[in-house]
Design a protein around this ligand. Structure first.
Ligand code: WT7
Length: 649
């Protein structure tokens, strides 16, 4: 353990004095949540949400056999009504969303009443195009207010949204539209990030060439770029909302009706459509938002994620708005126009709670303290981290420089599939240690097991499982429940397996060590090595490819690809560049390989299985620790790969 990681940071007394919960409070609530989940979650469900029809049942879940997860199953409610209608009466003129543009001269405030009206109008516009309860609507949008409006409009009428991150390629968008049979797309003419335009409508048009069932495309005007509109299919978002009424009663949704699908990468095959449902998800997003961020009425809260990821769903839109908070939505990037941007935005809007990813912190840390110190940041009270393990050095910089040593840090471990925070400090209750996500949230029962599933006790390393259901968890993979069971509940039968490795220390604190499956985490974004491999082998000159992660100073992990070319093809720098560009167009910029190494052969077992352990070691430049290579079909392959490790870009 590094020195940094062994320091203790107890919650500052002035923070504890005002906090929602202290150490004893956390202990009491945690015990109640696991000893009597029905009583605990029944009470929380009533306290946190407004119901159209109250529930009488709370928990009905099984991780065994067919895996069936139901919470509050006979209740009815509407997510948009919980995020908007109930606040309009009490805080209609309060700002719901502060939008900060990529261009620092552009920002706006949208009140709860205004947001409510915009959502009702767009909900009616969707209805006018025939969208009904249960239909899937794909959103491919930049970080603009209309993204939140579209999400809530779907929720209002019971349509299921599927957001595709604006950085994904036309091909990735196409796959996601087809997988969920979505017939409606909401996009924008262009997005803007770091001063550059992103051709969203052009990408969408390309994707839709292979999606004949998409009958409606709403196009939001963001830049005013002149984009072609296909007659009968494409309509202006602005025209359609102008023509729509603000009267749109919320649909009564069953607690277990789907709310959204979000595609995420796994260790095999194409991304999975993770499905979240209505009541349990909203209880989870709302409660974790309020307790983990210790949110206080009227505060300004800012999560820098994109709504294309689950963090944006739960902690830009649903958790904050259900809580009546003011949530800041940022269109831009951390280093435009300068590396002080985040802190300038904090000062401009008086942000109290700031939530970002370690990759951003590490990148900004490289530019030193001055760009931070020149800003005030006195409004900040709490800092958060999400997406990947935060190295203790970055944690300390975040704490000392960004937070002036004053603000607790909540390092929140969770996943797309968990719906919200799972292992995280509560800032008034838990002493933090740099690099540890600390302790479980209410109702979360972590367990560490070895490769054979043997339960490990005490201070140990192991594979992280969760042994019982929590309200926010995903219910299935859209139209593929079998894959849901296989992916999450079959490695260790009867337990949810997270795919993460983890260490538990003497104090019972959890330290996530990273994925133990073939998933890599690039700048907090999940990427399946299989996806990058299939993109590479789809190239005409590639015979075979194997992709692994390697430690990367800024991104956490980088993408390292070993490529075997077809017989007769020459390994040239030009071809290497071509392959990198190829992967970007197949998947999107987040999948850009950092290194491509030409591999005349790949290390395989006699049964033909690629030994990734060896490839990971070579990529990490740890070829003195290759371990046993005697089971390889041809051990000479390894020698060649090690020798030619420099032969990469
Ligand atoms: C994977 C989930 C959670 C929303 C964003 C990513 C890693 C996430 C942490 C953290 C260490 C973390 C895990 C996890 N991860 N947060 N605080 N400390 N690792 O969601 O794309 O579903 O990825 O991100 O490996 O399994 P995701």
């Amino acid at each position: 353990m590094t020195d940094a990681a062994s320091q203790l940071f107890p919650p500052p007394p002035e923070f504890v004095a005002k906090a929602r919960l202290d150490a004893a409070g956390y202990k009491r609530m945690y015990e109640a949540s696991v000893s009597d989940p029905d009583a605990f979650w029944g009470e929380q469900g009533k306290a946190l949400l407004d119901w159209i029809r109250p529930f009488t049942k709370v928990k009905n879940t099984s991780f065994k056999g067919d895996v069936a997860i139901k919470w509050y199953e006979d209740g009815q409610l509407n997510v948009a009504a919980n995020c908007l209608d109930r606040h309009v009466a009490t805080r209609g003129n309060q700002t719901a969303i502060i939008w900060e543009g990529d261009d620092p001269t552009q920002s706006k405030h949208v009140t709860y009443r205004e947001l409510f009206e915009q959502v009702c109008r767009f909900a009616n516009a969707l209805k006018a195009r025939g969208v009904k309860k249960g239909d899937r609507v794909t959103l491919y949008l930049p970080m603009i207010v209309e993204a939140a409006v579209a999400m809530l409009a779907c929720a209002r009428i019971g349509a299921v949204h599927s957001i595709v991150f604006g950085g994904f390629s036309p091909d990735s968008l196409k796959d996601r539209i087809l997988d969920c049979d979505s017939t409606v797309l909401v996009t924008a003419d262009e997005g803007v990030r770091g001063g550059k335009a992103i051709p969203l409508k052009a990408n969408a048009d390309k994707a839709l060439e292979s999606c004949p069932d998409v009958s409606t495309v709403f196009v939001v005007k963001r830049t005013g770029a002149n984009v072609p509109m296909k007659a009968g299919r494409d309509i202006s978002y602005e025209d359609s909302v102008a023509a729509a009424s603000t009267d749109c009663p919320p649909e009564a949704m069953g607690a277990e009706d789907p709310l959204f699908i979000l595609y995420t990468s796994g260790s095999t095959g194409k991304p999975k459509g993770v499905l979240h449902t209505t009541a349990g998800y909203l209880v989870w997003a709302t409660m974790t938002f309020q307790y983990v961020f210790d949110y206080r009425d009227k505060e300004i809260y800012w999560c820098t994620a994109d709504v294309g990821w689950v963090t944006g769903h739960s902690y830009i839109v649903y958790g904050p708005l259900a809580s009546g908070a003011t949530t800041l939505m940022f269109e831009g990037v951390p280093n435009y126009p300068s590396v002080s941007r985040f802190w300038e935005v904090v000062d401009k809007h008086n942000v109290s709670i700031f939530y970002t990813a370690p990759t951003a912190i590490r990148a900004l840390m490289r530019d030193g303290d001055a760009p931070v110190k020149k800003t005030s940041r006195k409004s900040l009270r709490l800092l958060g981290s999400v997406g990947e393990p935060i190295n203790p050095e970055a944690w300390l910089w975040y704490h000392n420089v960004v937070g002036d040593g004053r603000c607790p840090i909540v390092d929140t471990w969770w996943q797309t599939e968990t719906g919200g925070h799972m292992i995280t400090p509560l800032p008034g209750a838990i002493t933090t240690k740099p690099g540890s996500a600390t302790v479980p949230f209410f109702g979360v029962q972590p367990q560490l097991v070895d490769a054979d599933g043997k339960v490990l006790d005490g201070a140990t390393d192991g594979n992280l499982c969760i042994i019982d259901s929590w309200p926010g968890q995903a219910r299935t993979v859209f139209r593929d429940h079998k894959r849901f069971i296989e992916t999450y509940f079959s490695t260790y039968p009867g337990k949810y397996f997270t795919g993460d490795g983890c260490r538990r220390d003497e104090d019972g604190y959890y330290w996530i060590t990273g994925r133990v499956d073939d998933v890599i985490n690039v700048s907090g974004h999940r990427m399946g090595t299989a996806e990058v491999e299939s993109a590479l082998v789809a190239h005409a000159k590639v015979a075979e490819a194997a992709v692994v992660g390697f430690p990367h100073d800024l991104k956490g992990q980088g993408i390292y690809a070993y490529v075997t070319l077809n017989a007769g093809e020459q390994p040239t720098d030009a071809l290497r560049k071509e392959l990198v560009a190829w992967v970007r167009t197949q998947i999107g910029p987040i999948a850009t390989p950092d290194h491509i190494q030409w591999a005349p052969g790949l290390p395989k077992t006699r049964s033909g299985k690629i030994m990734r352990r060896i490839l990971r070691k070579i990529a990490a430049d740890e070829h003195d620790q290759l371990g046993d290579v005697s089971t390889l079909a041809d051990p000479a392959v390894v020698t060649d790969l090690v020798e030619n490790r420099q032969n990469r870009a």
